[in-house]
Design a binder for this molecule. Structure first.
Ligand SMILES: [Zn+2]
Ligand SMILES: [Zn+2]
Length: 347
């Protein structure tokens, strides 16, 4: 095995470096060494690079959507062996706090997130506790393996929203996460999923993923269309995966969510919103937070192995790790094709 490897570091916002560093050693006998094979580039990576992520510190190795091969195992490791394909969890938790004990480890008091608060996977090798990697079948393409983490987010937020087949769902924003929420709601049997965006091409893609109705909020009156589609009742659940200043207020205005509806904001925007107590209590709405995912990697891997997701068109650009500067170029110069990039590590 090689003694040194390449790793990508963001020393401070708007800068990146590729460094040649030693391949890390196992810290203890419960750890594994992972050789990276693919890594998704997420909206939060753009925020880390641009200094807009409130949870990130610097210098930082980005990357939380990590897939690779086990290259070394500690003596105590039983769940995986050398050569296994794995997905690496993005969170490291304490296991003893109130939140960990009630099954909400994604919001552990001491949570450390790979790729933002701790170093992530944009490097050829890294180590992790064996309990934080999950085996994935060799039949899953590395391009798809990098998408397990965002699909786990879809599983988590739809579980938080208590989605059932009878729900009428509104999704604001049809980017990567909006598209994945759409696919997940359809997989859970929702008969009516309404997607809203300002980009016709993105709405066309949503139709291909099963959207029953699409609304272009640039050219159409959202309230009017929702009233028509739901015969004046409103939707039962709304997801805000657009996350622009004011988007949450827009989703919560009367006429979109029905009485007893559920609102799930997906973003980390720090912009002030104009939400009143009356907006929540006149309809007795539930506003439900959803952060990353919790115990969803294993079920999501199983679905990925069964080819249950339509991953076609979710990632829009594949970039070799040897050309990592392109990832940063497209973060500075975003275009439709660079909406969701996946880094593929060289052999
Ligand atoms: Zn992500
Ligand atoms: Zn904890």
């Amino acid at each position: 095995m090689k003694e040194t490897m390449r790793c990508v570091v963001i020393p401070e916002p708007h800068k990146f470096e590729v460094r040649e560093v030693p391949v890390p050693e196992l810290q203890n006998e419960d750890e594994v060494l992972i050789q990276m094979k693919s890594a998704g580039v997420c909206g939060s990576d753009h925020h880390i690079y641009h200094g807009l992520n409130p949870c990130s510190t610097y210098p930082r190795i980005p990357g939380h959507e990590n897939a690779g091969v086990i290259a070394k195992v500690g003596a105590n490791v039983k769940n995986v062996k050398v050569g296994d394909h794995v997905i690496v969890d993005l969170i490291h938790t304490c296991g003893t706090c109130y939140q960990c004990k009630i099954g909400r480890k994604n919001v552990c008091e001491h949570v450390s997130v790979r790729g933002s608060g701790a170093d992530g996977g944009w490097r050829e090798y890294f180590t992790a506790p064996a309990s934080e990697v999950y085996k994935i079948d060799d039949s899953v393409d590395w391009k798809d393996a990098a998408l397990v983490e965002p699909y786990a987010i879809g599983a988590h937020c739809t579980a938080r929203a208590r989605i059932v087949p009878d729900d009428t769902v509104f999704i604001l924003g049809t980017g990567t996460i909006g598209s994945i929420i759409l696919q997940t709601c359809k997989a859970k049997g929702c008969k009516t999923v309404i997607c809203c965006d300002i980009d016709d091409a993105s709405l066309e893609r949503a139709k291909a993923y099963g959207a029953d109705y699409v609304i272009n909020s640039k050219t159409e009156d959202v309230l009017l269309r929702i009233s028509e589609i739901t015969e004046g009742h409103g939707v039962t659940v709304a997801f805000d995966s657009a996350c622009f200043p004011g988007s949450l207020t827009m989703c919560m205005q009367p006429g979109i969510l029905c009485n007893a509806g559920r609102m799930v904001p997906m973003g980390f925007s720090t912009a002030k919103e104009e939400i009143t107590q009356a907006m929540i209590n006149q309809r007795e709405l539930d506003v439900i937070g959803s952060r990353m995912s919790c115990y969803q990697f294993e079920p999501t891997i199983e679905r990925m192995e069964k080819k249950a997701f339509n991953t076609e068109g979710i990632a829009t650009m594949f970039i070799p790790f040897s050309q990592i500067e392109k990832v940063f170029y497209y973060m500075d110069h975003p275009c439709a094709e660079s909406k969701k990039m996946v880094i593929l590590f060289d052999e």
